[in-house]
Design a protein around this ligand. Structure first.
Ligand SMILES: Cc1cc2nc3c(=O)[nH]c(=O)nc-3n(C[C@H](O)[C@H](O)[C@H](O)COP(=O)(O)OP(=O)(O)OC[C@H]3O[C@@H](n4cnc5c(N)ncnc54)[C@H](O)[C@@H]3O)c2cc1C
Length: 398
């Protein structure tokens, strides 16, 4: 086997597709039996739409029911504030497509399945690395039938922010800190409700509402580590602020019967100083966990995958050895976007979210329409839409 990838999220699935398309034998392992996990990122930004376009998959992708968002807005007590508009940005796509992540992953893995070198193992959990001396030669995984080994020239950890393989490789990320956690839940959506996804902010309270047609996916922000205290106060401690932030949900707020109806997601921002070992590479959240701020984590993970395929597909196809210095080139290339994106997310976390949760942020002081400040809007739309150092598919189809 040339390449084995642990983790069928955006990073692993995209890398598997790009390698299989380039004629590389590749196995992708996913520990769950399907891609149907709720409360994962749903935003496909122009940088990823462009990659899908370059792969000839944009048309198929856009057939998936989706909503287009041409800008970002914030709903305050004093009315809506336009934060950024993507209209007119360079390139073919000037919107964010909101698509359930499982539909995106199904599209990518089905496309990979059209190439003979691709193998997908579901319900397959990687738990260790195979080593010869310092070099990683593959991985061990378990499934319903027992424990197995896959030997490979390159082993990739794309198993997310709690990466097992990263830990087995002895790589420890530096934690950069986040002031909040997120409580996710659903409420039914009525046809007369508003039609968009938005950020709602008021003194001491913040939430994000995502229109999923028949229901709202709602994220209520709480101070870091504050979930146990919320539970201790009882379910009204969640229902009351949600109903006061979005009064039109008050008629259905009783449907959150207890804390069994919600999920809490711990927000972390971290990154590795070293993304590789001989024969081993981390990408996506396994290399750098992203905050949900700006919803760019999927897109950064996809960009890592594109850069990795551009750099490594040739050697993997021919069976040429991949020196660790080549893996380091990948890290060097993707470190700048990682650092800049995380730094910007931290600025927003510290100057807006942290202060808002402490009632120290007053959005009524902001201009109503930030998109009218041309330089600021150009920078914001480029950062959100394309990111730093956007990657393009350079590996030809075999
Ligand atoms: C609350 C929250 C909201 C977010 N919202 C957004 C958003 O709206 N838009 C956005 O772009 N980003 C968002 N993000 C960030 C985004 O989810 C991640 O950055 C992105 O999913 C990273 O992709 P990945 O492929 O690296 O990892 P993941 O998406 O975490 O995928 C890892 C995969 O590996 C599998 N796996 C784990 N361990 C193993 C193992 N041992 N063996 C085999 N498989 C394994 C997992 O089941 C999973 O499928 C959000 C993050 C948080 C915390």
């Amino acid at each position: 086997m040339r390449c084995v990838i642990a983790g069928g999220g955006p990073a692993g699935a995209m890398l598997a597709l790009l390698l299989a398309r380039a004629g590389v034998e590749v196995t992708l392992l996913e520990k769950h039996g399907d891609f149907l996990r709720d409360f994962r990122g749903d935003t496909i930004h122009p940088s990823t739409l462009q990659v899908l376009d370059e792969l000839g998959l944009a048309e198929e992708f856009l057939k998936i029911p989706h909503r287009k968002a041409y800008g970002l807005s914030m709903v305050t007590d004093a009315g809506d504030i336009s934060l950024a508009s993507l209209r007119g940005m360079p390139g073919k796509y000037d919107y964010i497509a909101w698509v359930p992540q499982w539909d995106f992953l199904k599209l990518i893995t089905s496309a990979a399945g059209r190439y003979p070198g691709f193998r997908l193992l579901m319900n397959a959990e990687a738990y260790d690395l195979i080593r010869e001396g310092r070099t990683v030669r593959g991985l061990r995984y378990r499934d319903e039938s027992g424990e197995h080994e896959i030997r490979a020239d390159l082993t990739v950890a794309a198993d997310g922010r709690h990466s097992t393989l990263r830990e087995r490789a002895g790589l420890v990320p530096e934690e950069l800190g986040a002031p909040m956690d997120v409580v996710w839940f659903r409420l039914p959506r009525h046809p007369s409700d508003r039609d968009d996804a938005f950020l709602r902010i008021s003194s001491g309270r913040m939430m994000v509402a995502i229109n999923r047609k028949s229901y709202w996916q709602l994220a209520f922000l709480i101070p870091k580590g504050g979930f146990d205290e919320l539970v201790r106060q009882g379910i009204e401690a969640l229902r009351e602020p949600v109903a006061s932030l979005l009064p039109w949900l008050a008629d259905r707020i009783g449907q959150i019967g207890s804390y069994d109806d919600v999920s809490v997601l711990t927000v972390v921002i971290n990154r590795l100083h070293r993304w590789h070992r001989p024969g081993f590479l981390c990408i996506g959240d396994a290399a750098h966990a992203m905050s949900p701020v700006f919803g760019v984590g999927i897109n950064l993970a996809v960009q890592d995958a594109v850069a990795a395929a551009n750099l490594l597909a040739g050697s993997l196809r021919s069976g040429a050895p991949i020196p660790e210095s080549t893996l380091h080139l990948l890290q060097k290339r993707r470190m700048l976007p990682t650092r800049v994106t995380q730094a910007t997310q931290r600025v927003v976390q510290n100057l807006v979210i942290k202060k808002a949760l402490r009632r120290e942020f007053n959005p009524s002081r902001l201009p109503r329409d930030l998109t009218r400040i041309p330089l600021m809007n150009r920078m914001a739309r480029r950062f959100i839409g394309l990111g730093i150092r956007p990657e393009h598919v350079r590996v030809p189809e075999a």
